[in-house]
Design a protein. Structure first.
Length: 100
């Protein structure tokens, strides 16, 4: 059960009265800080790390799919444009050849 700051002060004062300030200070330094239930354990950090790695892997997959789809669409448009340019150029060259 976590103790609040008021209880910590009471413990300190009782220790100070019974054993002196030096012992009370030493004992209080050995206690974990107030709010310990909010501190993360190694297991908490490991779990969070695993969750983050899984989420990053998912995002990489989604980004890769979008990139691949975008490149495919861009390549399709470029090839279609090049066919059009080659077709128009061929028509112009053929027309110029007939006129010459």
């Amino acid at each position: 059960m976590p103790i609040d700051q008021g209880t910590r002060v009471e413990v300190y004062e009782a220790l100070k009265t019974a054993h002196g300030e030096k012992v009370a200070n030493a004992f209080m330094e050995m206690l974990p800080p107030a709010g310990v239930p909010e501190l993360a354990t190694k297991a908490d950090v490991a779990l969070l790390s695993a969750d983050l790695r899984a989420e990053i892997a998912q995002l990489r997959g989604e980004f890769g799919e979008r990139l691949e789809r975008g490149l495919r669409e861009q390549t399709t448009r470029f090839v279609a444009w090049m066919f059009a340019v080659v077709g128009i150029s061929s028509t112009i060259v053929a027309a110029a050849a007939r006129l010459a």
